[in-house]
Every structure is written in structure tokens, then in C-alpha cells.
Design a protein around this ligand. Structure first.
Ligand SMILES: [Zn+2]
Length: 244
């Protein structure tokens, strides 16, 4: 059974409710109608975003355009996760584009776009009363434990560096020291790519959409990700497709 927006509003805490209200207000302005939010399990859609457990995508529900939020723990609804996924789409309504490659290469695309959009997303979630630091640090803790197994678990060192940069750029300084020293010992080649990413990040203001896109493009060339990469407007795509 899908959670419609009315059901979600019933159970939402004040922070999540503010996120939903912001989404409604912005969608009315930008796409000229309130796009309903529905929450469901990923098995209820055939869309997959890399190997993301939770994601949000434009969809149709009973013929009506919606933003579908798919969470793997459904019917258990974690308020922070729902807000996080809606927040990604608030940024898109605010003009943040994605970057995609031709031919499509979903894993580095997802890693790069997450890495660049998380800093402004976390800022946004804090303004609504969420505390993303708890989730960020717990993900970092999990990854600190995995570093010694990265060889088996993670593919290309570039992908691993993009994945772990997402932790390093957002976690508390104490966690950062732990993660970096473990990487230095077990995976020095990932550590040197990570240092490159961190130093590039310091030249950009990720809360501004143009600077944010320039950061993504700089990483594509610096890490030599291959293929042709271009800006992609997910809202425009939705209006031509799921929301048409
Ligand atoms: Zn995210």
C-alpha cells in the first residue's frame, strides 16, 4: 500500500513537514502545479538508480504526476531519509542540474552527483530542523569498518574515492581523521585520489548551482572519467516524460 502525501503529512515530524511544504511551494512556482509526494517500497517501481537503497523519482500514480520516494525499509518510514530524498529534488527545482555521461555510466554518475549535491542538501535540511550529522557520521563509521575490505568490495579506485569523498567532506573532523588514516594504511592509491578531490572542492562554492556544476566538470576532467559528460536538467526531463 502506497503512502499518499496526505498520509505522510499525518505522520511527519515538524522538520519533514517543512520539507514537504517547501517542495509543494516550489513545485507550484517552478512547474506550475503542486506535485504530490508518495512513498513506497522500491519493488513497486521498475526504476533503479545504480545500487541506491533509497531514492526519489518523478512518476505517475494512478495517472497523476507525483514525486515517488522509494525507501527499502518501507513500510517503516524514516523521516530523515524521506526528507533527504525530497531535498535532492528541492535542489533540482532550485536549478541544480545533474551531470551525465555518454555513453551512460550510472555508477560514477550517481557518485559524482551525490558528492556535489550533498553539501547544499545538508545545509538545506538543517534550515528545516533536521540534524544530518548523525546520519553522515554513522555512514562514515560504517565505511571506516569497510576500508580494509575495499579491495574486494569496491570496483574502480576512482569510484571508491568519489564514494568516500562524500563522507570526508561532510563528516565530523574526528571521523575524518579515522577514515583518512585507515585509507593511508590500506588503500594509499584511493587516499591520493581523495586528496585531489578535497583540494578541488575547496575552490568551489557548492551552494551556488553554477559553481556546483563547475566542480562536477572539474572532477570529470581531473579524474579522467572518460566518455562525454554534459549537464542534465532532471526537472525538464520529468516535464517531458513522467509529468507530461
Ligand atoms: Zn543523497
Amino acid at each position: 500500500m502506497t503512502h499518499r502525501e496526505a498520509d505522510l503529512r499525518q505522520i511527519a515530524n515538524p522538520a519533514t513537514l517543512s520539507v514537504i511544504n517547501k517542495w509543494t511551494e516550489l513545485s507550484k512556482t517552478v512547474v506550475e502545479r503542486a506535485i504530490e509526494i508518495v512513498v513506497d517500497h522500491p519493488s513497486r517501481t521498475n526504476i533503479r538508480l545504480g545500487d541506491e537503497d533509497n531514492f526519489a523519482v518523478p512518476a505517475k500514480f494512478r495517472g497523476v504526476p507525483v514525486l515517488g520516494v522509494f525507501v527499502h525499509a518501507y513500510p517503516n518510514i524514516d523521516q530523515y531519509i524521506v526528507s533527504h530524498e525530497i531535498g535532492h529534488w528541492i535542489l533540482k527545482l532550485q536549478g541544480f542540474s545533474s551531470i551525465i555521461s555518454k555513453p551512460r555510466n550510472f555508477r560514477p554518475e550517481a557518485l559524482l552527483n551525490s558528492l556535489a549535491s550533498h553539501p547544499p542538501l545538508y545545509e538545506l535540511l538543517v534550515t528545516f530542523g533536521h540534524n544530518p550529522q548523525i546520519e553522515i557520521d554513522s555512514r562514515t563509521d560504517h565505511n571506516i569498518g569497510l576500508v580494509s575490505q575495499l579491495r574486494e568490495r569496491l570496483e574502480d579506485p576512482k569510484n571508491s574515492a568519489l564514494y568516500l569523498a562524500d563522507d570526508v567532506l561532510n563528516c565530523s573532523s574526528e571521523k575524518r581523521v579515522q577514515l583518512e588514516s585507515k585509507l593511508q594504511v590500506h588503500r594509499p592509491e584511493i587516499m591520493s585520489l581523495l586528496q585531489k578531490i578535497i583540494s578541488i572542492r575547496s575552490s568551489y562554492d557548492l551552494s551556488h548551482r553554477k559553481s556546483n556544476m563547475a566542480f562536477r566538470k572539474h572532477l570529470v576532467s581531473e579524474l579522467n572519467l572518460g566518455g562525454e559528460w554534459d549537464e542534465h536538467d532532471d526537472i525538464k526531463e520529468a516535464l517531458n516524460d513522467s509529468w507530461a
